[in-house]
Design a protein around this ligand. Structure first.
Ligand SMILES: NCc1[nH]cc(CCC(=O)O)c1CC(=O)O
Ligand SMILES: [Zn+2]
Ligand SMILES: [Zn+2]
Length: 328
């Protein structure tokens, strides 16, 4: 055998195998998406999202306490209002008594070291279930949408969110939110993480169940990106960098690894997040249940691919399990 043929000498041992990865998953790279509802005592199973629940603010201590002990560093909050009156402009989104603002305050008080991101969108709070405000003909009315989203983001930041993360996909919202934060004196206190390349994916189904945020008519194809739209995704990433995003996100993750790699090249000086979304999580779980693979091995394989593509921050429903697995 020729000298130049031999690779296997370099990865015979588990430790030498680990040296073959440029970067590995660590606990601080994980951000855990959690659902907060407006029944303060809720702990409700979500049928399509294995092992995840909708939590009420009174349950946050018992839910998050054990995870914080295991090394949880950050969460991203999604509000699920079940009791309130939804309307055309998503008024409940920043209700001071609503689930998101209450949860921000509660988590800051209970766990002062936890980094709190708040998802910013209107679909969970609008009567029509779309992510922005609409014209009479049902199309997106961009200007007032962006204004309203900025207002919501600023109110989350005022309540104590360390990060606001717009997932609505309205044009111009990053700039408007950044301006709003600066004008509120919070420009240097709150991170803006933009869902920059968010695709109109089939993989959001369990989330929409969990959050009750499916649109009541139509779909989101006029604001979320077309799955084959690589060029649009690249433009969206560059646009959001120019508009002042502090963190760029790609969503979903596993079917969009090329976009993660593009983002790493287009925004090399920004943290790069990817969201292993509800449908990806459910798929990985379902495959394991069907005996296709071992859950833990597949979960690591999926996030290793995201890290290899360039992600530095991973939003994942597997976070509680990774906290255990990383200790083993
Ligand atoms: N703006 C809503 C929103 N924010 C995060 C997700 C998806 C997250 C997931 O599937 O885990 C969605 C779904 C959607 O756009 O319909
Ligand atoms: Zn939305
Ligand atoms: Zn959202």
């Amino acid at each position: 055998m020729d000298i130049s043929s031999i690779l296997q000498g370099g990865y015979q041992h588990p430790l030498s195998r680990s040296w073959q990865s440029r970067r590995q998953l660590t606990k601080s790279m994980l951000m855990y998406p959690i659902f907060i509802t407006d029944d303060p005592d809720a702990s409700t199973v979500i049928a399509t999202l294995p092992a995840q629940r909708r939590w009420g603010v009174n349950k946050l201590a018992e839910f998050l306490g054990p995870l914080v002990k295991k090394g949880l560093r950050s969460v991203i909050l999604f509000g699920v209002p079940l009791k309130c009156q939804k309307d055309g402009r998503g008024t409940p989104a920043d209700d001071p008594e609503g689930p998101v603002i209450q949860a921000i305050k509660k988590i800051r008080e209970l766990f002062p070291d936890i980094y709190i991101a708040a998802d910013v969108c209107l679909c969970e709070y609008t009567s029509h279930g779309h992510c922005g405000l609409l014209h009479d003909d049902g199309t997106i009315n961009t200007e007032p949408s962006v204004e309203r989203l900025a207002q919501v983001a600023v109110n989350y930041a005022k309540a104590g969110a360390h990060c606001v993360a717009p997932s609505d996909m309205m044009d111009g919202r990053v700039k408007a939110i950044k301006r709003g934060l600066i004008d509120a004196g919070l420009g240097n206190k709150c991170t803006l993480m933009s869902y920059s390349a968010k695709f109109a994916s089939s993989l959001y189904g369990p989330f929409r169940d969990a959050a009750g945020s499916a649109p009541s008519f139509g779909n989101r194809k006029c604001y979320q990106l077309p799955p084959a739209g690589k060029g649009l995704a690249r433009r969206a990433i560059q646009r959001d960098v120019a508009e002042g995003a502090d963190i760029i996100m790609v969503k979903p993750a596993l079917p969009y690894l090329d976009i993660i790699a593009d983002a790493a090249q287009l925004a090399p000086d920004h943290p790069l997040a990817c969201y292993q979304v509800s449908g990806e999580y459910a798929m990985v779980c379902a495959g394991a249940t069907a005996g296709v693979y071992d859950l833990r091995t597949m979960a690591f394989e999926s996030v290793d691919s995201m890290i290899r593509a360039g992600a530095t921050l991973i939003l994942s429903y597997f976070t509680p399990q990774f906290l255990d697995w990383l200790d083993e």
